[in-house]
Design a protein around this ligand. Structure first.
Ligand code: NAD
Length: 281
């Protein structure tokens, strides 16, 4: 890929832009919120420096080189030269419904339009565009620069050529692509989110404190971080949106979002990004 576009510069978008730029690809990062773009550039530079230092490289040489490959914009019309665009806007079908046709209209006919959605049907998102055979799910994990997995989800009409190109692209990033079929939540969130939701139920019902729930899963299941700390990292709004999709699409009451999760999102306690969730930051 010569130029990659990333739409949405939030938690995931800035990480996705970072890994492509680090690998040597020119990146155009788009977000409607100028403050988010400024924050994203700061986050990327800090992370690039940290990773360079960890690898024993000169951060003062690496950082300007990587940052020099990233251009930013508040509008989508700059995506005309991209071979691949990764959409990473809010996990809300109505928002994606607004954005995807606009991206589809400005990018080259041969370009691939990938979505980083955590749970929404790729087939349904692809149907919003005029290129369903070149739409695919590219589900990066958070934090993107550190996590090697990328779930690759084909929509009903996604072509072999698109799938192969994306598999190669993910490998070139040094990451591991794993195919999953187009079911709500795919594999990662079908398993992870009900666990997080159950952790919130444990907290709501007073089974244990947040710190103790996390400690149990760290020491008892060997997880690197507990479910509530992970929810804060992911964003409570994102967790709720995914649980709502699982509940609605799979129609099983076992996926009902915990009322405490819903209440915290309503209160604006979204986790790390708002400095307060199950923990204070
Ligand atoms: P986020 O809320 O941190 O960022 C979303 C960004 O999209 C915001 O900065 C917002 O300003 C921007 N945006 C909204 N509408 C836009 C538009 N029309 N044009 C351009 N930008 C627009 O969300 P996130 O956590 O980064 O999630 C993004 C996507 O990645 C979602 O589909 C989510 O499900 C998925 N995802 C999230 C995680 C996670 O851990 N947070 C992990 C994997 C996948």
């Amino acid at each position: 890929m010569n130029r990659v576009g990333v739409v949405g510069a939030g938690t995931m978008g800035n990480g996705i832009a970072q890994v492509f730029a680090t690998q040597g690809t020119a990146v155009t990062l788009v977000d409607v919120a100028p403050a988010v773009i400024q924050k994203a550039l700061g986050t990327i530079e800090k992370s690039v420096r940290k990773l360079a230092e960890k690898a024993g490289k000169d951060a003062n040489a690496v950082a300007p080189e990587v940052m020099g490959r990233i251009s930013t914009s508040g509008t989508l019309d700059v995506l005309g030269g991209c071979d691949l665009v990764v959409e990473a806007v809010f996990e809300d079908f109505e928002v994606k419904k607004q954005v995807l046709p606009k991206i589809d209209a400005v990018i080259p006919e041969a370009a691939i339009l990938a979505t980083n959605t955590s749970s929404i049907s790729i087939t349904k998102l692809a149907a919003l565009t005029k290129r369903p055979e070149r739409v695919i799910g590219m589900h990066f994990m958070n934090p993107v620069p550190l996590m090697s997995l990328v779930e690759i989800i084909r929509g009903h009409l996604t072509s072999d050529a698109t799938t192969n190109a994306v598999l190669e692209t993910v490998k070139a990033l040094g990451k591991v692509p794993v195919p999953a079929n187009d079911y709500p939540g795919f594999v990662a969130n079908r398993i992870l989110m009900p666990m997080i939701n159950e952790g919130v139920y444990c907290l709501m019902e007073g089974v244990a404190t947040a710190a103790d729930i996390d400690q149990v899963m760290k020491l008892g299941a060997n997880h690197p971080m507990g479910p509530l700390a992970l929810a804060d990292l992911i964003g409570l709004d994102v967790c709720l949106a995914i649980m709502d999709v699982l509940h609605r699409e799979l129609g099983d009451s076992k996926y009902r979002p915990c009322p405490l999760l819903r209440r915290m999102v309503a209160a604006g306690l979204l986790g790390r990004k708002t400095k307060r969730g199950f923990y204070q930051y």
